[in-house]
Design a protein around this ligand. Structure first.
Ligand code: ZN
Length: 293
């Protein structure tokens, strides 16, 4: 498998604004990572790392939904097999396949799985074949069209906020490598909580600033990129999810060293250790909505 490059196209003329910490509301920050043309700060109260000032919501939505969206579709198509494999491994680590048989058996109708930021719909197509009713939300118009036309999937073009899904309608929600891109992770998570059924699950995956690679590479870390507005640790991600009402049931992380940065045996050992000690480069949390509130 070839290396997976993260898609990021710097946009020069975006307007930026200062925002209070999205997690705790504080406006007291210290410098965290100084990257080329942008930087991250760390909240002195809750330790969340965020770009600040950061581009406005309209600019962010234009990045994926407007001028560069054809390039984004091409990037997704080129990588969709590799991304699907990673998502399947993540679901396995998060215990999805132990839960799935009961969920599919208990319902008279196929249960609804929602993939937020579903790109070309490869994961949804695979889940549909396993017996799920599938819905995708995707901001990039050409990627959403591709998922509809080529895969015959039900896709809403837009964001989880603009999709305005019904309360208590979704059995499992998935968001892989999306939350670090959005302006307001708090409303993102709250919207998912609202549309989940009581007892429903949310699987969220994002780069881990607690991980070994982030500590090793600092501002050269592969996830410290222009498109990532927030860089979560296990602590700040858990706090965000719990504030929305979720119970975090499981936390796993993976990825010790990136391909090409160390000889094979060292990389394999680093990958094993990262998973064992939970300082992997990417973190997944499985959380659950256990009450109607
Ligand atoms: Zn804070």
């Amino acid at each position: 498998m070839r290396d997976i490059k993260t898609w990021s196209t710097p946009v020069i003329h975006e307007q930026k604004q200062r925002v209070p910490c999205i997690l705790c509301g504080s406006d007291s920050f210290e410098p965290a990572l100084d990257c080329e043309g942008f930087s991250y700060v760390r909240c002195r109260v809750c330790s969340l790392v965020q770009q600040n000032p950061q581009p406005r919501r309209e600019a962010i939505e234009a990045r994926y939904g407007d001028h560069s969206s054809q390039a984004y579709l091409e990037y997704e198509l080129a990588n969709e097999g590799a991304f699907l494999t990673l998502q399947q491994k993540g679901l396995a680590d998060g215990g999805f396949f132990e839960l799935e048989p009961d969920i599919l058996r208990q319902q008279a109708e196929p249960p609804l799985v929602l993939d937020i930021g579903c790109a070309t719909g490869a994961l949804l197509e695979w889940l549909r074949d396993r017996g799920w009713d599938c819905l995708g939300v995707e901001l990039c118009g050409p990627a959403a069209d591709y998922a509809r036309k080529v895969r015959n999937l039900n896709i809403i073009t837009g964001t989880i906020e603009s999709a305005k899904l019904s309360d208590n309608s979704v059995t499992v929600a998935l968001a892989s490598h999306v939350i670090e891109h959005v302006n307001n992770p708090k409303t993102f998570v709250s919207e998912i909580y609202r549309c989940l059924k009581v007892g429903g699950y949310f699987y969220i995956t994002t780069p881990n600033i607690d991980g070994f690679q982030a500590r090793l590479f600092g501002s050269r870390w592969r996830s410290a990129i222009f498109d990532h507005l927030y860089l979560f640790s296990k602590k700040t991600l858990r706090a965000l999810l719990e504030d929305a009402g979720f119970i975090v049931e499981k936390t796993v992380s993976w990825g010790g060293l990136a391909r090409g940065t160390a000889p094979g045996p060292i990389k394999n050992m680093a990958d094993r250790l990262a998973k064992q000690f939970n300082w992997g480069d990417v973190v997944l949390m499985r959380c659950r909505k256990v009450s109607a509130q």
